[in-house]
Design a protein around this ligand. Structure first.
Ligand SMILES: *Cc1c(COP(=O)(O)O)cnc(C)c1O
Length: 340
């Protein structure tokens, strides 16, 4: 039996990056106040404020589903609706958590083009009903980078966020792969978030290389007023918070986040280039972050599977290959050789 190879199946099949591991080790000294009342957590939150060049509020939770659903619950009442893309993680992969934590807010799925919300369809969903029988739209959720590995340009982002704000909706960004989007952009973290109209960002740590953490960043602080209570009630307040904070502190320092995100993005481009050189292989979406979606002939799929490669075929209508910090150039060449 050939052993399975999970390298490209997801960015969370990788382990913890050396910098995060070292930060865990260094934080493992003596006694510290618990539940986030420690010096490392204070410093990590301050580092976030410098990183985003604004006085934002920052909370750490264990995973993306909690980050998304608890922050969306902060933006909505039970009678509201949340507009998101058809393929969005909040719609397809969170087991109804946004609806559950908001006590019933309804997700309204808008048409998306290559994973990105279509502004005209968003407007249609916001305006086609205004009566009391229909859940009143209160939030817009978008993913950056998207579930299909694409990245909103500044103009595209501005178009949907300004529409949302004009209609009185708040804007939520699912940034499970935020750093991959940021690394591929010339703009600053501030430019592609609050300066582009994002009110709350779920900032992904786990897929970047950390252990069990996402940061929820409220750029409009009043929206996060009760967030600490939501986290605690949902079982998302870490008692030994310093281990989460220490990883963030380390990854945000010296642009370590950029090193890992750039690496994943570069390998996804390499994988796309090498695989599309093979007969019958087509690239489904532009590679703008660390994902590569391919349409593969059955013969190649079978060959890869026989060699042990694991990859998802249920997202975006093709075969998805994710590149994390841990994947190497050799891994890409091996995959391509096995497909040949
Ligand atoms: C992975 C991912 C998440 C987070 O999922 P968890 O498994 O709950 O950590 C959120 N949004 C997107 C787009 C993702 O790909």
């Amino acid at each position: 039996m050939i052993s399975p190879k999970y390298h490209f199946a997801s960015d969370n099949t990788s382990g913890i990056c050396p910098e995060a591991w070292q930060a865990l080790e260094e934080a493992n000294q003596g006694f510290q106040p618990s539940y986030g009342d420690d010096e490392i957590t204070r410093e990590a939150c301050e580092t976030f404020r410098q990183f985003f060049e604004t006085d934002c509020d920052v909370y750490f939770v264990f995973n993306g589903t909690a980050a998304n659903s608890l922050s969306l619950a902060s933006l909505t009442q039970s009678y509201n609706s949340i507009i998101c893309a058809n393929e969005s993680h909040v719609e397809t992969d969170e087991c109804g958590a946004p609806e559950f934590f908001s006590h019933g807010a309804k997700l309204l799925c808008a048409r998306a083009v290559q994973g990105k919300l279509d502004a005209a369809d968003v407007e249609r969903l916001i305006t086609h009903r205004t009566d009391v029988h229909y859940p009143k739209p209160a939030a817009l959720s978008l993913s950056q980078s998207t579930e299909l590995g694409t990245v909103y340009t500044h103009a595209e982002l501005q178009a949907v966020t300004s529409l949302a704000h004009r209609k009185g909706l708040s804007v939520h960004m699912d940034g499970a792969r935020f750093f991959n989007a940021l690394a591929g952009s010339k703009a600053s973290a501030a430019d592609i978030t609050w300066r582009a109209g994002v009110d709350v960002l779920c900032c992904g740590g786990t897929k970047l290389g950390m252990a069990v953490t996402e940061a929820v960043v409220f750029f409009r602080r009043e929206l996060g007023e009760a967030f600490a209570y939501r986290c605690k009630q949902a079982g998302q307040l870490c008692s030994k918070m310093r281990f989460i904070s220490a990883q963030w502190l380390r990854l945000l320092r010296d642009e370590t986040w950029r090193k890992h995100a750039d690496h994943g993005n570069r390998l996804a481009r390499l994988l796309a280039e090498k695989m599309t050189a093979l007969d019958g292989v087509e690239l489904l979406y532009p590679v703008q972050a660390n994902a590569c979606f391919l349409k593969l002939p059955d013969s190649i799929k079978d060959k890869l599977k026989a060699k042990g490669w694991r990859f998802y075929s249920f997202i975006g209508g093709g075969s998805r290959f994710m590149c994390s910090w841990k994947v190497t150039e050799d891994d890409v060449h091996q995959l391509v050789a096995d497909a040949q």
